[in-house]
Design a protein around this ligand. Sequence first.
Ligand code: NAD
Ligand code: DAU
Length: 352
Amino acid sequence: MILVTGGAGFIGANFVLDWIGAVGEPVVNLDKLTYAGNLANLASLEGDARHAFVRGDISDRPLLAGLLAQHRPRAIVHFAAESHVDRSIHGPADFIETNVVGTFRLLEAARAHWSALGEPDKSAFRFLHVSTDEVYGSLGPDDPAFSETTAYAPNSPYSASKAGSDHLVRAYHHTYGLPTLVTNCSNNYGPFQFPEKLIPLMIVNALAGEPLPVYGDGQNVRDWLYVGDHCAAIRRVLERGRPGEVYNVGGAAEMKNIDLVRNLCATLDGLRPRASGTYAERITFVKDRPGHDRRYAIDAGKIRRELGWAPAETFETGLRRTVRWYLDHADWIAGVQSGEYRKWIERNYGAR
Ligand code: NAD
Ligand code: DAU
């Protein structure tokens, strides 16, 4: 079996669902269930013996030691993190606790578990750390895309905390020989994404008739990847990646935020037309995010050449699937819009 951390969040839940569907190997899913963790994402696995959910913190040493001793996973796939840049600006402490200290604790537990394994289990063990393209900083309009050798230059507390965790993972391979793998991926979108991130926030606001807040001049560029393609990349890296290596993952779908939001509005106009007018009428430019990275772009040549991975979805097909999913899951949206999420909206957008 494998141990997944953060498997009740957006990408983690998609990964667990895809893994059980595509591979069928049992998963122990360790998740603290912060505001971003949602067991409703895993409702379709209820009663499935291949999925064991454990509520807990990756910083909890005894819990980690107990889980590894009990389940003896052949791999750890580490998603658990604080993941939202805006939240890291308002309150960086949780990002250091989970992304840096939590990853350190998980690495320590993994090292103890792995060191005690006999062969061939020891050589076959893998620690896969799921990271982000944001660790490379911000690109100018004509700069080449981020490659695995691009120097780290994180600009937000979030990206700095992820960079710190990447360095720890690197060091655990270099110093102790732990068979690690790191993936640095671009912006994901798809089902179960919490509506604090650009695409689901715009869908949810559009359907509610609320403003669509575009930061700054809307010219910031992101490189978008459908979450199912990210999950497939992680499976491929776990299966065939070389220990100690880093793999960049991206969709070759660079887009300015304003173009993305207009495209999204046009998709919604087609699938759920308003009584009159277009959703794009609600686009509003608001005060920029402090330190806002201008452009991200990923060169995914290494994972394509070495491991034969390429995205299956184009941005057009992925966006349509995503919009349809949100239209079909009003109950899921209502569930996450209660409580903490409403307070966050007030804190982030109230003063913009
Ligand atoms: P998310 O915020 O939706 O989910 C994070 C999950 O981790 C939640 O279920 C949460 O409860 C859990 N968690 C948080 N702190 C924890 C702790 N201390 N112990 C145990 N569980 C904890 O995040 P996401 O968007 O699914 O991202 C998952 C991973 O992928 C993160 O490491 C993120 O940095 C990385 N990543 C995300 C993107 C993206 O576009 N969303 C792109 C590249 C990489
Ligand atoms: O690049 C990978 C990263 O992508 C991941 O590591 C992060 O976990 C993930 O949150 C995402 O970070 P971004 O900051 O790029 O994502 P976000 O959805 O917050 O914002 C995308 C872009 O849209 C960014 O340029 C800011 C802008 N934006 C965002 C929001 C929430 C707006 O213009 N308006 C908004 O309301």
